[in-house]
Structure formats: C-alpha cells, structure tokens
Design a protein around this ligand. Sequence first.
Ligand SMILES: Cc1cc2nc3c(=O)[nH]c(=O)nc-3n(C[C@H](O)[C@H](O)[C@H](O)COP(=O)(O)OP(=O)(O)OC[C@H]3O[C@@H](n4cnc5c(N)ncnc54)[C@H](O)[C@@H]3O)c2cc1C
Length: 396
Amino acid sequence: MTHKHYDYLIVGGGMVADAAARGIRELDHSGSIGILSADVDPPYTRPALSKKLWTDPDFEWDQVPLNTAEETGADLTLETLVSALDRDERQVSTSDGDVVGYGKLLLATGSVPHRLDAPDDDRIIHFRSEDDYLRLRREAGKGTHVAVVGGGYIGAELAAALVQNGARVTLVHPDDVLGGATFPASVAEVYEKLFVDAGVNLIAGRRAERAMVEGDGIVLQLDDGTAVGADLVVAGLGVSPATDLAEEAGLDVEDGVVVDAHLRTADERVWAAGDIALYPDAILGPTRVEHVDHATASGRTAGRAMAGAQEAYQHTPFLYSQVFGVRWEAVGELDAGLETLEDWIEPGASAVVYYLDGATPVGVLLWAVADRTDAARAVLADPPATRDELIGAIRP
Ligand SMILES: Cc1cc2nc3c(=O)[nH]c(=O)nc-3n(C[C@H](O)[C@H](O)[C@H](O)COP(=O)(O)OP(=O)(O)OC[C@H]3O[C@@H](n4cnc5c(N)ncnc54)[C@H](O)[C@@H]3O)c2cc1C
C-alpha cells in the first residue's frame, strides 16, 4: 500500500481532467497535480472517436491524445479505480488498496454507457472509449455487417462512420423517424434521408433487448421478438453520470453532483465538473450537460477555481454533432416533445429551430448554421417579446 499526497487531486482521466490540469497551471506553476484514472489510455479527444478518425483523412491518430501529463506536469496514474472518498481525512482509496491524500479535489468521473443484456465479447461494443474505437476498427472491415443500436447522436455518428468506411450497417432505433425524439418532424426527415441515401438499413420503432453470440455471429433480439443477425453489434444507448463516489461520500447528488456557480460542492475542498456536475447555468438555470464544450470549459474553470480564482462558471455550453458532412449545433434543451418553431433559411438544408416552453425559448437548434451559438445564447438569455419576432432573429 502506498500513501501519496497531491496539492490538487483529480479523479477521472477524461477531457475534464485535461482541462482542469491546464486551468490549475494557468495560476499555479508548481503545485503538485495527481490524476487517478480508471481508463487504460491517457486523456484524449473523445468526439474524434465517432467522427474525424473515420471521416477526415487529414486527422491523424497522433491528434487524439491530449498530452496532459507531458504539458502540465501532472502525475497520471492509469487503470486505477477510486473506490472511496474520505472527506474528513482528505484522502481517496483505490481498488488496489492505495491511499492518496489531497489539498483540493476535483471529481471528474464522467459517464458510464448503458449496456445491453449481452455477454462479454469483442464483437459487442458499448461505445465510449479509445479502446472501443480500436476494437471497432479492428472488427469492422469492408463488407462486415454491423448492427448499430440507438438513434442518439453516438449511434447515428457511428452508423454514418461505418457505412462511409464500407461496412454494411443496420441501425435499430426506437423512434418513428431517426432523430424524431430530438428534432421536429421536418428536420428529422432531412436527417433520416442522409442515412437512407447512404445505404444504412433503418429499423425504426424498435428497441434491442439483448445480444447473443450464435455461431460465427451475433444475434440481436428486438422487443417485437424479431432477430437481427450481424457480425458485430455497437451500442450507443445513452449514458448515466458516474456519481456513486460522490454520493457514498455524502455529497449532495440529484441528477448530478450538486455544485455552486464556482463548480464547488458543499465541501469547500471538493469540486465537480463535466458530465457529472449539476450546476446553476447563468442562462438555463440548474443544468447537467454531457457534451464536450462543457467538459473543456467547466474543467478549466474548476481547475482555475481550485488554484484560487474567484470566477464563476458563466459559459453556457453548446453541443454539436456531424454526420455525412452536415453539422448541427445547439444550446439549451432539445426535446421534440416541446413545441417548436422552425425558421428555415434554405428549405430542406439549413434552419434555426426554437424549442418553446409556453412562449419562452428554452433551446435553439442550429441545423447547418455555423458560428451562431453566441446568437442562440443571446436569444435564450433575453428572448424577444413575441414568438413572431423569433423568426429572423438568428441568421448565418
Ligand atoms: C464517442 C463519443 C463522441 C462524442 N462526441 C461528442 C460530440 O460530437 N459533441 C459533443 O458535444 N460531445 C460529444 N461527446 C461527449 C463528450 O465527449 C463528453 O461529454 C466529455 O468527454 C465528458 O468528459 P468528462 O471528463 O466529464 O467524462 P469522461 O470523458 O467520461 O471521463 C471520465 C473519466 O473518469 C474515469 N473514471 C470514472 N470513474 C472513476 C473512478 N471511480 N476512479 C477513477 N477514474 C474514474 C473514466 O475512466 C474516464 O477516464 C462524445 C462522447 C463520446 C463517447
């Protein structure tokens, strides 16, 4: 058993950890930084795993790692699960039985992907990590039949990436139209057509219940009793925030770890950022965001706060996705169950969509409209007096 101590300890080795270590270094050049990560790889650019690595020939593998330890001097320990946090003693314990003390602690444990009922097999991938990417690359050659499960942006991006790389793709999703839970019908139709035109076989309105190894392949059993045979299954079924550690340590956990405007928990020595943090967004109110802009911005703010900055987290994050060269961005809530107001700029090609709670916009989708996230934030922060005035409020 070892007993180390760091001025700053970060639990988790994702994009928040990287941004936080850099944030600390902006203000404190010598304090010791420790990062404990359950991952097998050092922090890396996660969004590339389902996009650029498949679709951008100029994007090289060496652009994936973030070089956190090299560039910040942080002491990074991989394949180490933190199993307990003792706030009175200011230390954490790892599953290897080691104890690590801290002056200040950042919880950056991110998200855990939902799983199918399935055996452990290299050909059934619950996609989240660099390791998953490498496995998928290895297994999915040209002509391989891949069943992708889940119509959220991860499943959709992977289906697009795979079909563009010569795989035969079946995408199983629960909506009537792909993207129908997120986009209004007119946008979802445009979105779905991208996949149909590329040759993706869509199975709509179905959930996969389990995956089984049968003979040389994998069989997916759907909720209507039908079976889909494939060489390989990739699941993008959504994620849950990894809040157990915080909860067991007695921190306030609701939909995420509750933090104040400085991303600090009720314990003055403990911060949380990224996917796990439930923070008071300056525009949106209490918010938890599972997206990369928030990971990097909140990580940096938390790091700077730990190093003594008195700044609040005032960045309202955007999210984005890209398939078949079409990029969409959004700020706030995207729920097709809300009333929506569509402002098409080029019919069938680009649009601004407002998601309304009563008369108030609570989310803005920028469909193939670039560089307008600040304008979307401005509309959400200070909406026009009438909904009619939303039309034309944002233009490319
Ligand atoms: C394939 C993919 C594509 C994405 N694409 C986009 C995109 O296009 N646009 C967008 O906006 N967002 C995207 N995202 C989301 C974005 O990448 C995440 O929101 C962001 O990376 C979250 O960062 P994080 O550091 O909070 O968590 P994570 O990246 O999940 O990192 C958490 C880290 O904590 C470690 N950990 C967890 N528990 C423990 C523990 N107890 N002890 C030690 N270590 C622990 C994990 O091993 C991991 O290293 C994508 C995500 C994925 C998976």
